[in-house]
Design a protein around this ligand. Structure first.
Ligand SMILES: [Zn+2]
Length: 348
């Protein structure tokens, strides 16, 4: 490829309500340092939403003074579930509730509209890729990492030699639905937690906001019946407040987050025997909290990750940085990586 002309890739992060966009130039610099959001219109169906993505693309090129002719590829990420090449699940999903989304090829549709190669990742994989490239810099293409991102669900990503592990059906790295051992994690009389996916006792059934709402909080409120959260409106409202209680050292909240940290540690222990990564990343609201709480949580994750001595010497634990921007940035890194394999280096 010619290096004489300046060129760039665009990253588009498609979410349930908004799109966020960024531009990554050939030297590894992001041309925007903050969120640039616009409505995603996904509830209005794929035709309208793909149009919104095209406008998001044109807008970010305008804002950064990037000519369309300089763009060589577009990275796109959306919430899952979707195939590795961007076909939304035929069973539908929370974010893509409009019927026309079922089985819709969002990557192909955007590619046809913009006339540029579009590279697809789910949002957790995009964030994992960004964390990886930012952390490793020039060594990114020769390092491995795993990322667990605690949100409504538990998003995951596995990166090997700088590339997202996708799997045969595009379902690799779904760390939330890996079963973790529950003995010693649950209290003696605590029911086995259930996940949306149909499993019981997987990582997401504990380490997610949904896990707090459906599984952990209902149990711990039986142990702390006078807790103020017992009087909160809906279980969803109460679940969202648990973190602020945790930051204040509240015992009920700390029991809940101790169980989440243990679930993540046990998940990482499994992964240490699968890909044996250089870095274990943790992201999401739980680590975007007060510093004391974050340090306590990360230490608990480490404590419950059983590494062999040789692994402990080389492995580190780190946070997924800039989580709000990580999807768009990771999508851009993925696009750049397909154009210039093994030579992408993020400059900060
Ligand atoms: Zn699950």
């Amino acid at each position: 490829m010619s290096t004489a002309e300046p060129w760039a890739v665009v990253g588009l992060d498609n979410g349930g309500t908004t799109n966020n966009a960024t531009v990554l130039d050939a030297s590894g610099r992001f041309l925007v340092d903050r969120m640039v959001e616009s409505p995603s219109l996904v509830r209005e169906g794929p035709d309208v939403a793909v149009g919104a993505l095209v406008r998001t693309l044109d807008d970010i090129l305008d804002r950064t003074g990037t000519p369309r002719s300089a763009v060589r590829a577009v990275g796109l990420d959306t919430p899952g579930p979707a195939s590795a090449d961007g076909v939304i699940s035929s069973k539908g999903s929370t974010n893509f509730s409009h019927d026309a989304w079922r089985g819709f090829d969002v990557r192909g549709a955007l590619e046809a509209r913009v006339g540029l190669p579009v590279v697809y990742n789910n949002d957790a994989n995009a964030a994992a890729l960004y964390a990886h490239y930012l952390h490793f810099g020039p060594d990114a293409a020769t390092r491995s990492s795993v990322s667990a991102i605690v949100g409504t669900g538990l998003g995951g990503g596995v990166v090997e030699d700088g590339r997202v592990v996708r799997g045969a059906a595009g379902m690799a790295g779904e760390l939330g639905h890996v079963h973790v051992p529950m003995p010693g994690l649950l209290a003696d009389d605590q029911p086995l937690p259930r996940c949306n996916c149909g499993f019981s006792g997987d990582a997401e059934s504990v380490a997610s906001l949904t896990g707090i709402e459906r599984n952990l909080l209902p149990y711990w409120l039986t142990r702390f019946p006078d807790h103020p959260l017992a009087r909160e409106g809906t279980p969803g409202d109460a679940a969202k407040l648990v973190r602020s209680y945790g930051e204040q050292g509240d015992p009920l909240a700390r029991h809940i987050f101790a169980q989440q940290a243990m679930a993540l540690g046990r998940l990482f222990t499994i992964l240490s025997n699968v890909t044996d990564p250089h870095v274990y990343f943790v992201g999401g609201g739980v680590v975007e909290a007060a510093p004391e709480f974050r340090a306590w949580f990360m230490q608990a994750v480490r404590t419950h990750t059983s590494l062999r001595e040789e692994q402990a010497h080389v492995a580190t634990f780190a946070l997924v940085p800039d989580l709000d921007m990580a999807g768009a940035r990771g999508a851009a890194v993925a696009a750049m990586e397909t154009l210039a394999p093994a030579s992408v280096e993020i400059v900060t």
